[in-house]
Design a protein around this ligand. Structure first.
Ligand code: HEM
Ligand code: HEM
Length: 122
């Protein structure tokens, strides 16, 4: 695995490490207040990025296209905004980051959808 597949998969593993550490910290402190933020770091970061990494590994034509790099950039930006954004929303200190991160995460999936359709015959 190399190139964009490696970057997606490597970041997915990093998200899992941080997300699981966060889960253990929540369990140990008996404070589950931020569990939706932990959940989405794992679900979008670990699960979503790992699936993208596998797809780009299996479909090299998709990985070689410039759209894959745009997908990666938008997806990473979405994740780094949505996770602290959920924390802020839960703590009722603002919703701007959560909104921006949500829209970027959706846009990244639209870009991926275009790639999947474009490379369907690969
Ligand atoms: C070492 C690994 C993990 C630990 C110790 C852990 C721990 C926790 C804890 C303590 C909660 C709060 C439960 C509650 O309040 O009812 C939670 C919620 C959750 N976790 Fe994890 N977790 C881990 C890994 C994962 C992974 C890998 C995923 C997803 C792929 C995940 C997804 C979720 C979801 C969806 C919730 C529910 C969130 C919510 O209720 O708002 N967790 N986890
Ligand atoms: C733009 C991306 C996303 C947004 C804006 C979003 C938003 C939300 C919101 C607002 C909730 C309710 C939280 C609560 O009641 O505390 C939720 C719950 C949940 N989401 Fe997402 N979500 C996104 C992506 C995903 C993805 C990709 C997955 C799975 C792969 C996922 C799995 C879940 C699950 C399992 C729950 C329920 C957790 C629980 O039991 O509290 N979400 N999401």
């Amino acid at each position: 695995m190399r190139g964009i597949s490696f970057w997606f998969f490597g970041l997915a593993v990093l998200c899992a490490l941080i997300g699981m550490g966060w889960g253990i910290q929540m369990s140990a402190t008996h404070n589950h207040d931020l569990s939706p933020a932990h959940a989405h770091l794992n679900l979008i970061g670990w699960v979503g990025f790992a699936i993208a990494g596998f797809y780009y590994h299996l479909v090299p034509a998709a990985a070689d296209h410039w759209l894959a790099r745009v997908h990666f950039g938008v997806a990473v930006l979405g994740l780094v905004l949505i996770v602290p954004g959920i924390v802020q929303a839960l703590q009722q200190t603002g919703e701007t980051l959560a909104k921006a991160g949500s829209v970027l995460t959706l846009v990244s999936m639209v870009i991926f959808a275009v790639t999947v359709v474009k490379t369907r015959a690969s």
